[in-house]
Design a protein around this ligand. Structure first.
Ligand SMILES: Nc1ncnc2c1ncn2[C@@H]1O[C@H](COP(=O)(O)OP(=O)(O)O)[C@@H](O)[C@H]1O
Ligand SMILES: N[C@@H](CCOP(=O)(O)O)C(=O)O
Length: 328
């Protein structure tokens, strides 16, 4: 019997102005416990048996449909491998809420690539891992920090087309973040798929809005790592004019949260934005974490007329990214 554990963190993409560029790894995890037992007689499709712990009842278990195994099969097929080793059992423990803007799909994709890599000792380079992930999620702002940890900025080169990212290459840089900063995420109890939340964005933008974000992404990438944090600099740098204004209609309360809370009226708060494609909000903070979360929750409550509940976590930034432990 051989055992592997793959752990991949949740990620909060965009961090305000960095649409499809910036992401931050935070301490909620997807964990795969894998064992390979060639003596077991049971044969499932592709030799793989999947089991989810907890409530992930909407997730398909068919290996061709499930995102983790689908990604692993894709990676394997590019090495002419068509089935998992006999008999492979994967137990999935997922603490990343689905469809909430915390990178659950990115974590699943990364885990699928690492699963294939580890089972078959493919020795994929980090660049190959990035490229395989891009086939399934054509913006690298979640997958990069899920792989490398911390806060990262990524760009894509050699994209052949929107549909075929297999020849694309991702490069990235890690952005220092002051260790006193934590991530307060307030999570509405409804799902918002990333593809739907992308569909409401305009096809073209006014140059004023583009410059607004360019100015902020540059200042934010330095401001986050400064030893003497300047809350006003981070707060103003985390504003956005490319996606949040359009997504506000999908997230009741978001507009008021972004306009009412600031670093002056909420001590400890250094910046606030939509997490990924939503509906979660991300507040970066140095103190008063629970109070900040409760303030955000009360706006969600009043603006949604109680039509949905929320819960929150105070999370650490995860500096190491995905981890594979294996006795293979
Ligand atoms: N651990 C997982 N196993 C299988 N499918 C998953 C897993 N995590 C996410 N998914 C799939 O990804 C979908 C959510 O992806 P997406 O809309 O991009 O939202 P987000 O990545 O922000 O959570 C889920 O509805 C589910 O289909
Ligand atoms: N840049 C993407 C990020 C989506 O993140 P997710 O966690 O919601 O999948 C976007 O804003 O669409």
């Amino acid at each position: 019997m051989k055992n592997i554990t793959i752990t991949v963190p949740a990620t909060s993409a965009n961090v305000g102005p960095g649409f499809d560029v910036l992401g931050i790894a935070v301490s909620l995890f997807l964990k795969l416990r894998v064992n390979v037992n060639p003596d077991e007689t049971k044969t499932d499709k592709y030799n793989i048996e999947l089991e989810y712990l907890g409530d992930n009842s909407t997730v398909p278990l068919d290996p061709e449909e499930n995102i983790i195994t689908k990604v692993a099969l894709h990676v394997m097929s590019s090495f002419n491998i068509n089935e998992f080793p006999k008999h492979t059992k994967v137990i999935v423990e997922n603490c990343i809420p689905l469809g909430r803007g915390l990178g659950s799909s990115a974590a699943a994709i990364v885990s699928g690539v690492l699963l294939a890599d580890t089972l078959f000792n493919l020795r994929l380079t980090q660049q190959q891992i990035f490229s395989f992930c891009l086939v399934f999620e054509n913006h690298p702002d979640n997958t990069t920090p899920a792989i490398v940890g911390g806060v990262s900025a990524s760009y894509v080169i050699e994209t052949t087309s929107e549909l075929d990212s297999s020849n694309s290459v991702v490069d990235h840089v890690k952005i220092p973040i002051n260790p006193i900063i934590k991530a307060v995420v307030v999570i509405p109890e409804f799902e918002l798929s990333t593809s739907y939340s992308r569909s409401v964005l305009p096809k073209s933008y006014n140059i004023k809005d583009i410059v607004y974000n360019l100015q902020r992404i540059a200042t934010l990438s330095i401001a986050l790592g400064q030893q003497d944090l300047r809350p006003e600099l981070i707060f103003n740098s985390m504003k956005d004019s490319l996606h949040q204004p359009y997504r506000a209609a999908l997230v009741p309360g978001l507009a008021k949260i972004l306009s009412d809370l600031d670093y002056k009226n909420t001590p400890g708060l250094v910046g606030i934005c939509l997490s990924g494609a939503g509906p979660t909000t991300l507040a970066l903070a140095t103190d008063n974490f629970d109070l900040i979360a409760q303030k955000i929750q009360s706006i969600f409550d009043s603006e949604s007329n109680g039509s949905f509940k929320t819960h929150y976590y105070v999370l650490d930034v995860v500096h190491n990214g995905a981890i594979v432990q294996s006795d293979l």
